[in-house]
Design a protein around this ligand. Structure first.
Ligand code: SAM
Length: 289
C-alpha cells in the first residue's frame, strides 16, 4: 500500500477508519498509479492480486454478459472497463474522488460508459437485490470492517448472486511487521485477535478463517472457493520488494474468496428453483427484482 503523509478528512457519515483510509487514497492516488500501472495493465486488465493472475485462468467471475455487476473499490476501474466490454452492466464504486477521476480517464480512453458512485462500501446508497455479482480485487474489502461490508453485500445481491474478492491472507496479517512492512517467517501477532489492523497511515481488516466462514454463513452465503495464490516462479510485481515476494513463494500472502448468496434479501424465502440455480451458477429469473 502507498505511504504518504496524510491527514484524516472530515465526512460526517464516515467512521474514523474510513476517514483515515480516504485521506490516504486521496493523497496517494497519483503515486499508486505511477507505481503500479505496469502491473495492473499487464496482459488483460482482469488480473487478480499482486501478481495479476489472469481471470481467464482462475474463472472466479465466470460469464458476466448481461449481469449487473458492482466493483467495490474500483480505483481506476480497469476491471470494470474490461467487464463492461464483455457485456456486464457495470457500476463502479469508490469513496475516493481522486481515484474516480482516474476511472473517468480510463473509461473515456476505452469509449466505455457506466455509472461511477462516490461512496463507502460500508453503506452503499443503492437498493437491495440490485446486483448479480459484487466483487473487488484488493478493493474496498481490505479497508472496511467485514462486520459491516459482508451484510451490505448480502443486501445488494440477488439470490444466487456471487461475492468474490481478493485480499490479504491471515498469514500475511500475522507475519507482516506493522511499522516496517517486513515479512517474518515467525508469527508476530495473535491469530485470535485478527480484526482491525492499524498501520501508521491506514487501517486494514482481517479475520481468522473460521470467523470469515461464520460471517459468510450467517449472512446467507455458501462458500464455493478459497484460492490461496502462489506467485509463479520468477513472476514480478510492483507491489512487493524481492524479499516480500520470496515470502509469498512459501506461504499464502493473498487469497480470493468466492461465496454465493443462497437466500433472498430481508428474510424472504428463496424458492427451490432459485436454490437450484444458485448451485449451478445460473441467475434465477424468478428472483430478479
Ligand atoms: C488497492 S486499490 C484497488 C483498486 C483496483 N483494483 C486497483 O488495483 O487499482 C483499493 C481501492 O479501494 C478503495 N477503497 C478503500 N476503502 C474504501 C471504502 N470504504 N469504500 C469504497 N472504496 C474504498 C480505494 O479508494 C482504492 O481505490
Amino acid at each position: 500500500m502507498p505511504s504518504a503523509a496524510v491527514r484524516p478528512q472530515r465526512r460526517p457519515s464516515l467512521r474514523a477508519h474510513e476517514r483515515k483510509n480516504l485521506a490516504l487514497w486521496e493523497a496517494s492516488a497519483a503515486a499508486y498509479e505511477r507505481r503500479n500501472a505496469r502491473t495492473l495493465s499487464r496482459g488483460s486488465a482482469m488480473g487478480w492480486g499482486m501478481w495479476h493472475i489472469p481471470e481467464r485462468d482462475l474463472h472466479v467471475l465466470g460469464d458476466v454478459r448481461g449481469r449487473d455487476v458492482l466493483e467495490l473499490g474500483c480505483g481506476a476501474a480497469r476491471w470494470s472497463v474490461d467487464l463492461a466490454r464483455r457485456g456486464a452492466r457495470m457500476v463502479g464504486l469508490d469513496f475516493s474522488a481522486a481515484r474516480l477521476a482516474q476511472a473517468r480517464i480510463n473509461m473515456a480512453a476505452a469509449h466505455v460508459t457506466f455509472p461511477l458512485l462516490e461512496a463507502s462500501a460500508e453503506a452503499v446508497p443503492l437498493p437491495s437485490a440490485r446486483f448479480d455479482i459484487v466483487f473487488c480485487d484488493w478493493g474496498a474489502v481490505t479497508f472496511t470492517d467485514p462486520y459491516r461490508t459482508v451484510p451490505e453485500v448480502a443486501r445488494l445481491l440477488r439470490p444466487g448472486g456471487l461475492f468474490a474478492f481478493s485480499n490479504s491472507s491471515p498469514y500475511r496479517s500475522m507475519c507482516q511487521d506493522k511499522t516496517t512492512d517486513r515479512m517474518s517467517s515467525r508469527l508476530l501477532y495473535d491469530y485470535h485477535d485478527l480484526h482491525r489492523i492499524v498501520y501508521p497511515d491506514e487501517v486494514n481488516f482481517q479475520l481468522p478463517y473460521g470467523v470469515w466462514i461464520r460471517l459468510f454463513r450467517t449472512n446467507g452465503f455458501d462458500i464455493e472457493d478459497l484460492i490461496e495464490m502462489r506467485p509463479p516462479r520468477g513472476a514480478g510485481t510492483t507491489y512487493l520488494t524481492k524479499s516480500q515476494a520470496e515470502w509469498a513463494r512459501h506461504w499464502p500472502m493473498e487469497v480470493i474468496w468466492r461465496v454465493r448468496m443462497n437466500r433472498a434479501p430481508r428474510g424472504s424465502r428463496i424458492s427451490n428453483s432459485a436454490r437450484r440455480a444458485s448451485g449451478s451458477r445460473k441467475k434465477p429469473a424468478a428472483a430478479r427484482t
